[in-house]
Design a protein around this ligand. Sequence first.
Ligand code: HPA
Length: 248
Amino acid sequence: MALGIIGGTGLYDFAAREKNTAPKCLIVDTPYGPAQLRQMQYEGQPLYFVARHGPDHSIPPHRVNYRANIMALHQLGCTCILATNAVGSLRDQMAPGHLVIPHDYLDFTKCRPLTFFDRRTDLPLHRDQTAPYCPQLREFMISAAHAHAVPVHSRGVYICTEGPRFETVAEIAMFTQWGADIVGMTGVPEVVLARELDIRYATVCIVSNYAAGITGKPLTEAEVEKVMAERLPTIHELLQAVLNRLQP
Ligand code: HPA
């Protein structure tokens, strides 16, 4: 079984922290273009790491080639993907620094390819989204998070916006009424595409800020990056704990 990790803002490298293997840079050709990955072994299993925004954070959310990333992991035999996302919070109780393991999503993206099924295909087109995030991977993430002194929310509705701008105050007020708990720019279509290829997928969201209008203060990229840097060691440990649970 091969495993994949997709690191969001703040997580640009997983391999460097693994002392037991030397990571290899890999470019994988897919029908959607090339994907850049790092290949390593984790406890004897192949593990592939994708920095969603590129190793130097040069790819903005609306320009990420989600299809190439997911297809590359599929071509390499990945059956599970663990992801991370920086998010804004729409709820008082989900404070900056907290972790949220979403169970559902709302799609407010506008102009990105959302499917592999835009060509003729024999696969079923209409995939069930009753549990878009793998319940077992979510459970592993929740219990790994509980081992740390970091507040974790075991459910949450993630709304994905197109970006790269932050949301307006009116948008956040509307999303809150819709039932969203956290907002980010990259969760969709990743989860959708993984499901289309029958890859189990779950994500740990790191709350980096309250969303627009919640505190009245303007949002800055710097505050997002600061919280992500603080939470980085915890995220590494959490991902490793989940990988250990996934050993065959
Ligand atoms: N909005 C959208 N994406 C984000 C935010 C936010 O407030 N914080 C981190 N990623």
